[in-house]
Structures are given as C-alpha cells and as structure tokens.
Design a protein around this ligand. Structure first.
Ligand code: B12
Length: 225
C-alpha cells in the first residue's frame, strides 16, 4: 500500500471531496487495507479534524456537511465489511440503538451499530431525533437487552435523562441496560444522568457492552426497580 493512501483519504474527507474519498477507499480495499484501519485511521481521524477546524472557525457548516457526505460515502463501502457477523452464528443479545430526540448526528451511531452486528448482536436502529417514549415503546415491543443512545448535542442530554427517568417511573429500569455515547457525553455526565455504561469509542463500546450483557443475562432480567 502506498504509505500515503490513508492520509489521502483523510485529507479528502477534511476538504469534503466525497468522490475522491469513495475512489480512494475503494482503492485501499482493493489493496487489502483492513476496513477497520481505513475507518479508524482515515475516516474517523479526518472527522475529528473537521470538528477541530469547526471549533476554531476555520470551516463553515456547509463544509462540515460536505465532509459528512464524504464520511457517508466511505462508510457505505466499509459498513458491509465490518458488520458481517463471524462464523459463530449464535445471537449474543438484542440491542436497540438511536440518536436522542432533537439530535440528528448519526455517523458514530452507525459505526457502533455495524460493529455490534459484527459482534453477533441483533441490532434495531431507530435512526435519529427519536423521542424517549418511542425508544421505550420499541424496546418493550422488541424485548431488547440493551438500549444504546447516541448524543452529540449538549442541549439534548436532558432527553436521555428523561428516558432513564421514564424507565424508572414505569418500573422498567432493570429490564434494560442503558448505554450512552457520543461527543456530548463523558463518563461523569453519563453517571450523573443514571446510565449503566458509557464508552468513548466504538471499540470500547463493544467491549463494555459484551461484559454488561454477560452480567445481565447471568442475573436474569428483573421486572422492577
Ligand atoms: C459531522 C457533524 C455534523 C453533521 C452531521 C452529519 C451526520 N449525518 O451525522 C452536520 C453538518 C449535519 C451537523 C449538524 C449540526 N451540528 Co454537528 N458536528 C459534526 C462533527 C464535526 C463531527 C461528528 C462526527 O460525526 N464525529 C465522528 C464520529 C465517528 O464520532 P462520534 O459521533 O463521537 O462517535 C463515536 C463515539 O462518540 C462513540 N459513540 C457514538 N455514539 C454512541 C452510542 C453509544 C451507545 C456508545 C456506547 C458509543 C457511541 O462511538 C463512535 C465511534 O468511535 C461534530 C464535532 C465533534 N467534535 O464531534 C459537530 C458537533 C457535534 N455539531 C455541533 C452542532 C452545534 C451542530 C448543529 C446544531 C449546527 C447548526 N448550527 O445547525 C447541527 C445539529 C442539528 C441537530 N439538530 O442535530 C456541535 C455540538 C456542540 C454541543 N456541545 O452541543 C459540535 C460538537 C461541533 C462544535 N464543536 O461546535 N454536524
């Protein structure tokens, strides 16, 4: 592999050149660069840089939208490769994932969903801007083990708190593990709102979720608080 291929993808993403990203990701895959390496070292790193540039006022929202489109094109090629479950066909558990009400960011959520699928979970993705009541309704209907909520806007965190409070009020809190992630959250914040699990990256999320689901299944689902 030319050493600069990943850098070229990252740079193209930062500048919102989505056709170049698509072409170069295809090229890297043909050269057998592992999809997770392309995702972590080129696409996610590029998106982080876009975030930094935005904070520093070096780019406008329209630029970020072009970069997000580039990320989407890249992810469309990577996602089918990373979400394929391994040989072991046994379903480890059922997970519902959503971006919380008022928030439309979904790049990170989609990565987490793809890796969970690869890990052997059945994943129900409710999309973005999902109200807490809808999340609870679908979690009950689909009898999931874990609710994963993504949140990138500080002002949207309160709706995750609402979700957790509604679960408690309806005596459903112990029926589901509540996992949270996304740039608006930290470990401290996740504990403050009463989540069971927080992870900073998708890889960390998979590790933590595996452990919690194992514990959860071992103690059996409880109906009440
Ligand atoms: C791309 C982007 C956009 C794109 C989103 C495209 C899309 N389809 O998602 C567009 C241009 C549409 C956008 C819009 C807006 N954005 Co924006 N956006 C970003 C940006 C630059 C990158 C986000 C991203 O995709 N990162 C890459 C992914 C891979 O990382 P991630 O999401 O954090 O996910 C990882 C982990 O967090 C974790 N994870 C994620 N979800 C979950 C879930 C669980 C359960 C777990 C365990 C783990 C986990 O795993 C992932 C992979 O490792 C961030 C900057 C930043 N620092 O995050 C701003 C940012 C989030 N946006 C911001 C803002 C303000 C907005 C707008 C309000 C702007 C506006 N004025 O309109 C709107 C939002 C409208 C709305 N109602 O939601 C602010 C939020 C500020 C705040 N603290 O509230 C940020 C932080 C930029 C900034 N510094 O100002 N945005």
């Amino acid at each position: 592999m030319p050493p600069d291929l990943l850098t070229e993808i990252k740079e193209a993403l930062i500048f919102g050149k989505y056709d170049t990203v698509e072409k170069k990701v295809n090229e890297a895959l043909k050269k057998k660069v592992p999809p997770m390496k392309i995702l972590n070292e080129a696409l996610i790193e590029g998106m982080k840089e876009v975030g930094r540039k935005w904070i520093d006022g070096e780019v406008f929202l329209a630029d970020v939208m072009m970069s997000a489109e580039a990320m989407r094109k890249g992810m469309n090629l990577i996602e089918p490769l990373i979400s394929k479950p391994g040989k072991e066909r046994k379903i480890k558990g059922k997970v519902l994932i959503a971006t919380i009400y008022t928030d439309i960011h979904d790049i990170g959520k989609k990565i987490v969903a793809a890796l969970l699928q690869a890990e052997g979970y059945e994943v129900i993705d409710l999309g973005v801007d999902v109200p807490p009541s809808k999340i609870i309704e679908e979690a009950l209907k689909n009898k999931v083990d874990l609710i994963g909520v993504s949140c990138l806007l500080t002002t949207s965190i309160l709706y995750i708190k609402d979700l957790i409070d509604f679960l408690s009020t309806r005596k459903l809190r112990n029926k589901f593990i509540v996992a949270v992630g996304g740039a608006a959250l930290t470990k401290d914040k996740s504990e403050e709102i009463g989540a069971d699990l927080y992870a900073e990256t998708a890889e960390e999320a998979i590790k933590e979720i595996n452990e919690k689901i194992k514990e959860f299944k071992a103690r059996g689902k409880e109906g009440n608080d």
